[in-house]
Structure formats: C-alpha cells, structure tokens
Design a protein around this ligand. Structure first.
Ligand SMILES: [Cu+2]
Length: 376
C-alpha cells in the first residue's frame, strides 16, 4: 500500500470501465391506449465499449499504474481503495486500540442520516473487538448546508477540549442535529466553552483540515457517505463497506482482510432491462409512456431505448426511498418519493446515449442506481 498522505488526485485506468449491459428484460410497456404489453424478451447486447460512466468521474490526470497487487477484488475498486490515505496517528482521529491490526476508516457527513445510523454500529464494533481501531474522517456533502461547519465544529471541540471532545461533539451533533446556529450550544453541552468554539467555527480554523479529508477520499473515488474502508494494516488489504451496513457486514470484511480470503469480484454488473418501447416502428411519431420503477436500489428498467422523433413520456414510479434523476442534456431534473409518480416528457429530437445515476449523494446504494436513455 503506497504512502499516500498527500491527497493529490490520482486516476486509475480501471475506473470507468464500462459495465456489462447484457440483459434479459422484465419490462412492461404501456401504450398510449393504456394497453400493457408484458414480456420477457432477450435483447441484444448493448455496446460495452465507450459506454459513458453514469457518474461523473472526479477530475483526474490521465494515467497511474495499478498499484494494487491483490488479484481478487474487482480491479476498479481495488486500485481505487489503495489510494485511500493511510492511517496517520499523528493526524487522524482514532477511537479504540491505536495498535490494532485492522482500521475502519469512515468518511462521514454529520447531516447524513445514514452516517448517524452507522455510528453506533462502529462504536459497538470497536467495543467488541479490541483489535480494531476506528478512524473518523470528514466528507461533508455539498447539498448538506450544515455539514461543513458541523465538521469544523468537531475539530474545534477537539482542539479546545482534547481528543475526547472531538468524539463527544460528533455524538451530540448526531443526537441533536447539525444546525449551524446551535453549534456553540452543542459545544457547551459537552463542556467546551461556547465563545471559544464559536470563534473557532467563525474563523474557519479547521476548514482546510476538513477539505483535506475530502480530497483524500475523492482521490479514491468516494462520492457518497458513509463510505467505510476496512484496512488490514500489516498487509494493506482493504475492503469497502459502503453505507450504513449492519455489524455483520463489518465483521465479515474484517475477517476477509485479516485472512486474505477476499470475496471474488461480483461477476455480473446490474442487469439492464432494455425495453423496446416503440410498439410499431412504422407508426412514428408515436405517443407512449415508459414506466420506470424507482426503488432501493435500482431503476427498472435501467436502460431505455427509444427512436428519434418519437413522442415519449417517462413515468418514474416511486416505490421505496427517495431518489433523484438529473440529465441536464435532456432537461430532466426530478425527485421521486415513495408512492409517487413523476412524469416527464423525453426530448427525442437528438440521438445519443444519456447515462444517469441517482442524484442522492448520501447513503450507500444511491450512486449504484444507474441507468441510461438511448435515443437512436
Ligand atoms: Cu437513490
């Protein structure tokens, strides 16, 4: 594992390797007349080369050799995982046994409910296994307006009151919320002088410190929270545990990195249901609606193929969780809540492939919710 404490962005050649979009279809096409055309159809493969990644990659220079010798994990994540800055006891906030052979590096956002949920899980993890250390790093997400200053406030609390106050500040913010107007009040509740912590927050004393954490994570491809990296320090083996997963998931990952028995790559990419939406290609322009089920953690179908010039409405049908779809090139920007139907007219005047991913950045599964619209 290369020393990589300086968070200079690096790319890896595997990131963005297109996922296989070979699929069987389980789709239903609803025609303008309201007729449902259920069907199981086998569709031709979509092109796997040059398929644009659904999530914009962080800006990175072009080439970096794959530094990860481990042959087992999927090459893209393995190479990226190795870019996570190593545990640095002089800089990092560490809870538990600092000599432990396994570290769980958590990237967290104090305004993210999933981060709040995983917090007691990690607490229990280090209580149960005295050979695990918990490293907390900041990853305040842009849409969370209170997250950055709340993160800075935890650093302020630690610098004023000592390392224990850093962790206590996190606990009290998760408990009572990250409201930026009440951060000094939160500090006072854990015994840190309110005026001192307010001065520190106002001055932005730790703004850069928080940004450094983010930069290190971004270089490793982190784009949501909570992102957790289970690291076996002696061997450098790393396994990601994304999102607010249960204790068992962390224990399995710890066992895997300790033993070296890493799980095989997940072979199949998410299945892509391709719906041939035009009932009759001759009858264009056609008016039809494509229903897309939106749930944790998939769009179904995830690939929608239409003909140029067709008149098409997309109907997002919310099932579980709140999700978003934004495709600026098509003027689509919608939020879909559970039990909600959201319809948008799909512009079909230009051919092209328009990948999208769920726009919700907090929580594990959203960024894995990918799909694409193909106008041909
Ligand atoms: Cu989502």
């Amino acid at each position: 594992m290369p020393a990589n404490n300086s968070p200079s962005p690096k790319s890896n050649p595997w990131f963005g390797v297109a996922m296989l979009l070979v699929g069987f279809i389980a789709g239903t096409v609803v025609t303008a007349e309201g007729n449902a055309l259920p069907g199981w159809l086998k569709l031709p493969e979509l092109p796997t080369k040059n398929t644009p990644a659904a999530v914009p990659t962080p800006p990175t220079p072009p080439s970096v050799p794959n530094p990860n010798p481990n042959p087992n994990p999927t090459p893209d994540t393995a190479a990226q995982d190795s870019l996570i800055p190593q545990v640095d006891s002089a800089r990092d906030h560490i809870k538990g046994n600092t000599k432990a052979d396994v570290a769980v590096i958590e990237y967290s956002d104090l305004e993210c409910p999933f981060c709040k949920r995983v917090h007691p899980t990690l607490e229990q993890l280090i209580n149960d296994d005295k050979n695990v250390q918990w490293v907390y790093r900041h990853f305040p997400l842009g849409p969370h307006k209170n997250a950055q200053k709340a993160a800075e406030a935890t650093e302020c609390a630690g610098s004023i009151g000592g390392p224990q106050k850093f962790w206590e500040m996190i606990d009290v913010i998760f408990l009572k919320g990250p409201d930026n107007l009440k951060l000094s009040e939160r500090g006072e509740e854990i015994g840190v002088s309110a005026p001192k912590i307010q001065d520190c927050i106002t001055a932005g004393t730790f703004a850069e410190r928080v940004k450094e954490d983010m930069a290190g994570a971004t270089a490793a491809g982190v784009n949501g929270t909570p992102s957790n990296f289970v690291v076996h320090i002696p061997s450098g083996r790393i396994q990601r545990v994304m999102g607010a997963q249960p204790l068992s998931a962390f224990r399995d990952a710890i066992e895997a990195v300790r033993s070296g028995d890493m799980p095989a790559p997940t072979a199949a990419a998410p299945s892509a249901a391709v719906v041939p939406v035009a009932p009759s290609p001759k009858a264009r322009p056609t008016l039809y609606t494509v229903p897309i089920r939106v749930e944790n953690w998939a769009f179904t179908p995830s690939s929608i193929r239409v003909k140029k010039g067709d008149s098409v409405t997309l109907r997002f049908v919310g099932t579980t969780g709140s999700h978003g779809v934004k495709i600026p090139a098509l003027g689509i920007d919608v939020t879909i809540n559970p039990d909600q139907k959201v319809e948008v007219v799909l512009p079909t005047d230009t051919t092209g492939t328009f990948p999208f991913a769920c726009t919700v950045p907090c929580g594990s599964g959203h960024s894995e919710m990918k799909g694409m619209i193909i106008v041909e």
